[in-house]
Write a protein that binds this ligand. Sequence first.
Ligand code: ATP
Ligand code: MG
Ligand code: FE
Length: 342
Amino acid sequence: MIVMGIESSCDETGVGIVDWDGEGVTLLADEVASSVDEHARYGGVVPEVASRAHLQAIVPTMTRAREAAGIDRPDAIAVTIGPGLAGALLVGVAAAKAYALAWDVPLYAVNHLGGHIAADTLEHGPMPPAVALLVSGGHTHLLGVENLSQPIVEMGTTVDDAAGEAFDKVARLLDLGYPGGPALDAIARDGDPEAIAFPRGMTGPRDAPYDFSFSGLKTAVARHVEKRVRAGLPVSVPNVAASFQEAVADVLTAKALRACADRGVDTLVLGGGATANSRIRSLAIERTAAAGIDLRVPKPRLCTDNGVMVASLGAHVIAGGAPPSPLTVATDPGMSVQISKL
Ligand code: ATP
Ligand code: MG
Ligand code: FE
């Protein structure tokens, strides 16, 4: 069964095609067009700009994916209906409906966050019961996964900024450009992660065990910089970057490990663009190894938004026996975690 996945929830127009052989998925095509450069001068994703870019990119990206896979039409189409930007989602969903109707193939509306988890199966095969830590520019979630055709449990999320957003905001404060995560990661290599003791948000005994908060940390970085500048002291950008990054990586991985222990699972899956961060990766490797937990981290290309993750989730949902979505299915920008919308 050949499944096409369409993704347009943020600033990537993704069309992926997979083959489901009854047990797992094989990647046939993975085409992504990103509008990230168009957002750079605004310092963040501009929804209207993203929607227009999706409109321009959607048909060419679909054509490229079909050519790459060497197919005329798939057996089913899966599409992200949420969570994401309302106008951006509409473009992918409208395209999915139009093609499903024209090709007379079933449509499956799926959840973007579930897609991030399903991305891992393309690289590491079928997914055992696991905890997933998703960290990107728009999301920070700890999720419990029984199996990819069942509803996903949300264990915790951020109460304010997403982890990637915190990287971008702190990078901006340090004049490192946008998106600042990769630049901050690079400069942190020259710094001392223990130079400044930045706060670890939401780690008190009364705090929700799996929730995150990064806005206090961001403010603490701003205060630190302001104070030094006011006192006429130099600011070590590498030390600030390394200490900030350490605080984020520490909280994310500590809570992910605790979630694994509490759910009684021995697999942790990482997903989302911010998992490219070298310290989040190294600390996750260190701590899962110490706890005897199997760590699954897809390659960066599969961690950021793409269509093939949507196709993979769609294939699992179809294999689980879910009925197709009606062609009237609506986008759901604030969609909570659940695997498919029926
Ligand atoms: P969504 O939230 O819908 O999944 P997004 O476009 O906001 O999508 P991604 O494209 O998955 O997010 O990831 C981009 C984010 O990841 C940005 O915030 C970026 O700064 C961050 N990021 C990328 N590389 C690194 C890195 N090496 N260190 C820290 N953050 C990084
Ligand atoms: Mg993106
Ligand atoms: Fe995403």
